[in-house]
Design a protein around this ligand. Sequence first.
Ligand code: ADP
Ligand code: ASP
Ligand code: MG
Length: 417
Amino acid sequence: MALIVQKYGGTSVGTLERIRNVAQKALSRQRQGDQVVVVVSAMAGETNRLIKLALDLTELPDLREYDALISTGENVSVALLAIAIQSIGGKARSLVANQIPIFSEGVYKDGRIKKIGTQKIRKLLNHGSIVVAAGFQAVDQEGNIHTLGRGGSDTTAVALAAALNADLCEIYTDVDGVYTADPNICPDARKLDKISYDEVMEMASAGAKVLMIRSVELAKNYNVKLAVLSSLMDLPGTLVVKGDKEMEKTVVSGVAYDKNECKITVSRVPDQPGVAATVFKSLGDAHIIVDMIVQNVSEKGYTDLTFTVRKEDMARAKKLADVASRKLAAGEIKIDPNVAKVSIVGVGMRSAAGVAGRMFETLGQAGINIQAISTSEIKVSCLIDAKYTELAVRELHSAFNLAKAPAGSKPKKRAKN
Ligand code: ADP
Ligand code: ASP
Ligand code: MG
């Protein structure tokens, strides 16, 4: 008997019909003889709706109440799914974070899972129940609800799989695996049978929301076997594996984009030691994640300091940048939400030269200006005007030969580029 953790995202539980479909899938897996824990997200659009309600009241809501509010979408879906399973003859029990319990540490909105109690789940599984666990939420020692960051149900699923020592964690979503680029904007994108933890982690950090980055980190650290599959079609998915030799031969394995960042520029900052610390320390203290940073000389003795943060942190970041700017006697703060980050990712980049140059050339030939650049060992990212996102992804996808193998050709393991 295997223990399987299945996770279904918002679209997969977006309607009652889809919830019935999930109930059927979970029950048939259990009837094959496996123990099944199902983690669910809020119904599609629900978390965004709740966020909008809070932000319509105030630009800067109290984060404790914000988390208390936006975690409730998952409460609805666990109960509905348990009812759906029971209605087709199965045994099911829904559990929210404090009932499991899943304990968090750290801040609101970006909680980290610290500890999971497995006793109750094991007892329910041993009594023949399917356990339906709420994704995205955890509680701190005082019982306050913390959410785990957008897309956090993936992290709940992997953390539960690790805590329960599950045989497999299946992430069911609205696409049938991890592709070389988002298949919804890049028609040529190719499904990967397997991808390394490192690559999918970089893809996730570059904005490919098919898996939340922290879920992959956890899966890698705790050796959780992870698969990405379609909840709507019965097709083979993508297995996330440790890197292998074959993968290292591929220089670029995917293209990703992120429209969820905004660009903030503090202009006319005196060019002196310690100024960057004044700006970024206050952002760090407020737990605002800064992604790309560029410093440009604006005039003699002054620089413009440009950086990106997540759109949801824009108002808080602007407020803090204002304070820092006054302290430094710097110039005005400019905000640009119409930017996107496009990235190329591949473990083979570690040992290949000229990849960044080819990326810049491709964007240049498409008439796309680069506003900021950042790199890691296996990723190059460029900040561009958001209106060119789709064009940039498609151009890069074709420049690095990532397209589908033509119909009728012998299937290849992975195309080299
Ligand atoms: P869920 O609600 O199931 O968690 P998400 O919307 O978070 O689903 O993630 C699935 C989406 O990820 C897909 O619909 C697709 O548009 C997007 N995506 C982005 N990059 C990729 C990629 N490289 N491969 C597959 N899907 C991708
Ligand atoms: N419902 C949460 C969100 O929309 C968590 C998730 O979907 O994974 O971010
Ligand atoms: Mg998701």
